[in-house]
Design a protein around this ligand. Structure first.
Ligand SMILES: Nc1ncnc2c1ncn2[C@@H]1O[C@H](COP(=O)(O)OP(=O)(O)OP(=O)(O)O)[C@@H](O)[C@H]1O
Ligand SMILES: [Mg+2]
Length: 286
């Protein structure tokens, strides 16, 4: 009883907790950033206040996809020169974006003061957000894996190509073996048909269940659709640029399914950072 009362008090004191959803893949270039951006916009359209944290420092990052050009990024927060609100960008469709920085490529090197600044900034923001999406880099890099293993929910993106499937399985295995208690989701991108997506999901889900003893929830698929790359060329999200495209309808369905998912024991930003520190073998700052 004491525990329950304690938990309740803490929940009230800390305020509402946003869902922390990391998006990752095994291979690069399978559509994580396109999915993160457009899923974020679809979530906003369905009433969920959404913030996208760009932790993918590749070339086609969130800002490039959205045609944004930020003056400041997380490095300014890490160095204490700007607040999280200063660097937050109002992106298209009501999606708010936190520009990443190359400093985030080595979270383990940031140091406790910088990490605390990022944590405090995100903790303030999470009271004004329902979902925080973290667009990570592909593969089993230490950072991406630590972010994913620390999130409450992880969305794994794969295409139907065998190399993408094999790599996403390896990434899921790594994150599972780190002791992640996140809810795992699967999204099959760039598919030729619904049947193809279902077949990939069946194969992957079975392997994950049999070899890892773990469930992964199928959130759906996104068709291979020329509107996606056309929108990328125009630095616009396809959900806004091409509202009737099949990829847009697919993403809207996925957003609705995601909002229907129940996630127990959410740790919010505090829990996320505590686990990131554990996973990277760092002392937790607070
Ligand atoms: N459903 C789709 N249909 C057609 N083309 C797509 C689709 N999804 C992604 N693409 C194409 O794939 C390209 C790569 O996508 P994106 O940048 O989102 O991948 P990524 O996984 O984030 O890559 P990286 O690993 O480099 O971060 C896009 O520029 C787009 O042209
Ligand atoms: Mg990307």
């Amino acid at each position: 009883m004491v525990d329950q009362a304690d938990n309740l008090r803490r929940a009230v004191e800390e305020g509402p907790r946003a869902r922390i959803l990391a998006v990752t893949s095994g291979k690069g270039g399978v559509g994580k950033t396109c999915v993160s951006v457009n899923l974020g916009i679809a979530l906003v359209a369905q009433g969920a206040r959404t913030i996208l944290l760009d932790a993918d420092l590749g070339l086609a990052n969130v800002e490039v996809l959205l045609g944004l050009n930020s003056l400041y990024d997380l490095q300014h927060v890490i160095e204490g020169r700007k607040s999280m609100d200063d660097i937050l960008i109002d992106g298209p469709g009501g999606l708010r974006v936190i520009p990443g920085s190359s400093g985030m490529a080595h979270v383990a090197d940031i140091g406790p003061v910088g990490r605390q600044r990022v944590q405090d900034g995100l903790s303030d923001l999470q009271c004004r957000a329902d979902v925080i999406i973290i667009d990570t880099m592909a593969g089993i890099g230490q950072n991406a894996v630590a972010f994913c293993a620390s999130a409450d929910e992880v969305l794994f993106v794969t295409t139907p190509e065998p190399s993408s499937i094999v790599n996403v399985y390896a990434t899921i295995k790594t994150i599972h073996q780190m002791g992640s208690r996140a809810k795992f989701y699967l999204l099959i991108n760039s598919v030729l048909s619904e049947e193809q997506a279902r077949a990939v999901n069946a194969k992957l889900s079975r392997a994950i269940r049999e070899y890892l003893g773990r469930e992964v929830h199928y959130l759906g698929y996104v068709s291979r659709d020329p509107h996606v790359s056309r929108a990328v060329m125009q630095s616009r999200p396809f959900t806004l640029q091409f509202p009737n495209a099949s990829a847009t309808r697919n993403i809207e369905d996925i957003a609705a399914r995601l909002l229907n998912q129940q996630v127990d024991g959410r740790g919010g930003i505090q829990g996320f950072f505590r686990r990131v520190a554990q996973n990277l073998g760092l002392a937790h700052t607070g």
